[in-house]
Design a protein around this ligand. Structure first.
Ligand SMILES: [Zn+2]
Length: 347
């Protein structure tokens, strides 16, 4: 494979000059390795699959000043430097006109992003690490959480090193964490909003534990029980739908959400809460998926006048107010209180 990883740590001088200068000097992805107390075992940290999600890299940069005593050989894949470098740095999730790198894992496709995803996957398979964490930020402001496709004691133990919330999803998008196996658990950590200083600390403190603790997967060590959220529903606009962000309805928009809707992230919302305003298509502008099927929009929402309201108590998360991400990825995810969406749809 032609793809080469840079394997050189920043020199002391480069570290002094700072992360932004280093970022712009890189010709491609990095794969950096720290030795561990047990050199025969491996752990892998992947970060910057999305170029505008810097908390994992910032945390690693901070740890370089005083590296932790790693339990095992520890690897850091700094992936999408090419998108991170655009427009001053950490602005673009992926390069305009290119695929989203974290939608290319386990999928066939042409181009650099698929090549890089395949190269990362091949390295992980060759190392047979005991665990992989993939550090991200959410587009909107909000608290940290872990995402997994498998709810096992190992995944819970990994999640607890970083956060108090664990989402198990059945939605398959081509994300790295979907490559998880019983031999090698892989989990996504959303450290919180890219702009929230707390997110960098979530990443730093979590990395410190992930790198230094042994055993890593045998016991649950969190101070608080994990808040488990299963099968969140992904809420999107129909293709070609128009989104707006304002405190009042807007003409020719299928949905308008208030610009401060991110404050709802992970809070419990009462039934009948108004989320925003629908346009002429009404509820037909919304498209739901939970990875199993397409839940009925009516099971989760109803329309009152032009208001979009919650049918039942719900928790929303990964809310974005970036119209580009809202349209290309999703508006938000949600879970509703019992009776479950499935039962409601089938009764
Ligand atoms: Zn991300």
């Amino acid at each position: 494979m032609s793809l080469q990883f840079n394997t050189d740590w920043p020199t002391a001088e480069e570290w002094e000059r700072g992360l932004m200068e280093w970022l712009h000097q890189q010709a491609g992805p990095s794969w950096l390795t720290w030795p561990g107390r047990d050199p025969s075992r491996h752990r892998v940290v992947v970060t910057l699959l999305h170029g505008n999600e810097p908390s994992g890299l910032k945390a690693l940069w901070q740890l370089m000043a005083d590296p932790p005593s790693c339990a095992v050989t520890s690897h850091f894949c700094i992936a999408n430097l090419k998108s991170a470098q655009l427009e001053g740095g950490f602005v673009h999730r992926y390069r305009p006109g290119h695929p989203d790198l974290n939608r290319c894992f386990g999928r066939a496709g042409q181009g650099e992003e698929y090549e890089l995803a395949a190269a990362i996957e091949a390295r992980i398979q060759a190392l047979q690490p005991e665990a992989v964490v993939d550090l991200h930020n959410t587009s909107g402001s909000g608290p940290s959480f872990a995402v997994t496709i498998a709810d096992t004691p190992a995944h819970r133990a990994l999640a607890e090193r970083f956060t108090e919330r664990l989402l198990r999803t059945r939605v398959r998008l081509g994300a790295l964490m979907e490559l998880t196996t019983p031999q090698c658990p892989i989990i996504t950590i959303e450290c919180g909003g890219a702009m929230d200083p707390a997110s960098d600390e979530v990443a730093r403190a979590g990395l410190q534990r992930f790198l230094s603790e042994a055993p890593l997967l045998d016991e649950e060590q969190g101070d608080w029980p994990l808040d488990l959220l299963f099968d969140p529903v992904r809420v999107q606009l129909v293709p070609g739908g128009q989104i707006g962000y304002a405190y009042t309805p807007l003409a020719e928009r299928d949905l308008v959400l208030p610009p401060d809707i991110e404050r709802l992230n992970f809070g419990w919302l009462e039934a009948d809460t108004t989320l925003g305003w629908l346009g002429e298509r009404g509820l037909e502008a919304l498209r739901l998926s939970d990875g199993i099927g397409r839940p009925e929009v009516d099971a989760l929402f109803y329309q009152e006048g032009n208001e979009l309201r919650l049918r039942r108590p719900s928790k929303l998360f990964m809310i974005t107010t970036d119209p580009g991400i809202a349209l290309s990825d999703c508006l938000f995810y949600m879970v509703a209180a019992e009776p479950s969406v499935k039962n409601y749809a089938s009764d």
